[in-house]
Design a protein around this ligand. Structure first.
Ligand code: ADP
Ligand code: MG
Length: 347
C-alpha cells in the first residue's frame, strides 16, 4: 500500500542550523548591522559586530540583495530564464560562452565530482526531478527502474566539458542539464562575505539556508557560537554547539526533505552512480573549511558517500568534518581530528 507522506516543507529546502550569538538577549547592545530575508527558496541572515563609521546600513543591504538576486538569476533551476536554466534547455552540443561567475561554480562542482568519484554530480538534476525533489511536481511513489536507467545513461558530469581559456561550456549530450543547488548557496554566502569585507567589515556572520561563513568576533568579543541540529524529523533539538570563527560551515542531511513509501524513506540526495536516493546510516554531515562553496559541495558529496567512505575522504582531503550517524539507540557522533581540534572551545 502506498503511503503518501511528504515531509518537504515548502520554502525551507534544507537543514536548519541554529545561530546562537552568545548572550545577545541579555545585553542591551545590538548588532549595528543585521539583515535577513528570503532568497534561493530559503532564508538568509547576516550580522556584523562593527561597521565602519561612514558605512550606510541601507546601502549595504542594497548591495547584498542585488548580489544575491544576481546570483539567483544565474544559477537557479527554479527560474526558467536564469543563465543556468537557459543552458540546460538549450538543445545544442556546441560550446557556449558562459559568465565567469557561472564558470567558477561549474568548475568547482566538476572538481568535487572528480575528487569524490562521481558521488557529487551536478548533472543528476533529471534524476532529482524524476524522484520528485526538483522544481517539477513532487512524487508519491518511487519511479520505475527503466525510467531510472534511461536517465542514468543521459546523465554524468563527464558529459559536461569546461574550457577555461574562453569561458565556455560544452554539453556532450544536448539534453544534459545541471543543478547547482548543492553548492550555489555556499557560493552566495562567500559572495556576501566578500561584499562585507570590501566595505571594511571584519566581524560578521553570513548565513543562507544553514550554510554559514564567520569572521572575527561576535558582540561579546568572542568566537561565534553555532549549534548543529540533531537530525530528528519532527522536532528541533541541538546536537552540539561549537565556538568557531574565520571559517565557513555547511551541513547536509537527509532528515528534512524526503518522502516515504511502504515504510522506506527516500532522501533528496540522489546517488548519481546508481540513480537511487542514498540509503545508508549517515543522517547529517557538517563540513568546516575556508570557503562556503567548498563546504557546501563537500557536505553533499559526503552525504552521498556514506559514513565510512566519507570519513576516509574527509581525512584525505584534510577537512574538518562532523558526522551524525543513525544507530539502533539514536544517534552516534564521529568527527575528523581536524574538526575536534578546530572546535575545541577556546574563546
Ligand atoms: P540542502 O539543499 O539541504 O542544503 P545540499 O546542499 O546537500 O542540501 O543540496 C541538495 C540538492 O543538491 C538537492 O536538492 C539536489 O538539487 C542536488 N543534488 C542531489 N544529489 C546530488 C548529488 N549527488 N550531487 C550534486 N547535487 C545533488
Ligand atoms: Mg551542499
Amino acid at each position: 500500500m502506498l503511503q503518501k507522506l511528504f515531509k518537504r516543507e515548502l520554502g525551507f529546502y534544507l537543514i536548519f542550523v541554529f545561530l546562537l550569538s552568545g548572550c545577545e538577549n541579555i545585553t542591551p547592545q545590538k548588532y549595528p548591522f543585521v539583515y535577513s530575508g528570503a532568497i534561493m527558496g530559503t532564508r538568509f541572515s547576516i550580522k556584523a559586530t562593527h561597521i565602519p563609521e561612514q558605512a550606510s546600513v541601507e546601502k549595504l543591504q542594497q548591495l547584498i540583495l542585488m548580489r544575491l538576486q544576481a546570483i539567483n538569476q544565474r544559477m537557479s533551476t527554479y527560474l526558467k530564464d536564469s543563465e543556468l536554466s537557459l543552458l540546460n534547455t538549450l538543445s545544442s552540443t556546441e560550446p557556449q560562452i558562459i559568465s565567469a561567475e557561472l564558470y567558477k561554480v561549474l568548475d568547482t562542482a566538476q572538481n568535487i565530482s572528480q575528487l569524490s568519484g562521481g558521488a557529487f554530480d551536478i548533472t543528476v538534476g533529471p534524476l532529482v526531478n524524476l524522484w520528485g525533489f526538483g522544481p517539477d511536481i513532487m512524487l508519491s511513489q518511487a519511479p520505475k527502474p527503466e525510467a531510472i536507467n534511461q536517465l542514468l545513461a543521459q546523465t554524468g558530469y563527464t558529459k559536461l566539458q569546461l574550457h577555461k581559456q574562453d569561458l565556455m561550456a560544452t554539453k556532450e549530450l544536448a539534453s544534459l542539464s545541471m543543478d547547482l543547488s548543492a553548492l550555489a548557496k555556499g557560493y552566495a554566502v562567500d559572495e556576501v562575505a566578500r561584499i562585507l569585507e570590501e566595505q571594511g567589515i571584519k566581524d560578521y556572520l553570513v548565513e543562507i539556508g544553514g550554510e554559514i561563513r564567520l569572521k572575527g568576533n561576535n558582540l561579546q568579543g568572542k568566537k561565534w557560537r553555532i549549534a548543529i541540529e540533531k537530525p530528528t524529523i519532527n522536532k528541533r533539538e541541538l546536537e552540539k554547539v561549537v565556538a568557531i570563527t574565520d571559517t565557513a560551515m555547511a551541513t547536509s542531511g537527509d532528515y528534512r526533505n524526503f518522502f516515504e513509501q511502504e515504510g522506506q524513506r527516500f532522501s533528496h540526495t540522489i546517488d548519481p552512480r546508481t540513480g537511487y536516493p542514498i540509503s545508508h546510516k549517515l543522517a547529517s554531515v557538517t563540513v568546516l573549511t575556508e570557503t562556503c562553496m567548498l563546504a557546501d559541495a563537500w557536505a553533499t558529496a559526503f552525504m552521498v558517500l556514506g559514513p565510512e567512505e566519507a570519513y576516509k575522504m574527509a581525512e584525505q582531503q584534510q577537512l574538518a568534518v562532523f558526522f551524525i550517524i543513525k544507530t539502533e539507540q539514536g544517534f552516534a557522533e564521529r568527527a575528523t581530528p581536524l574538526f575536534t581540534e578546530y572546535t575545541k572551545v577556546k574563546q
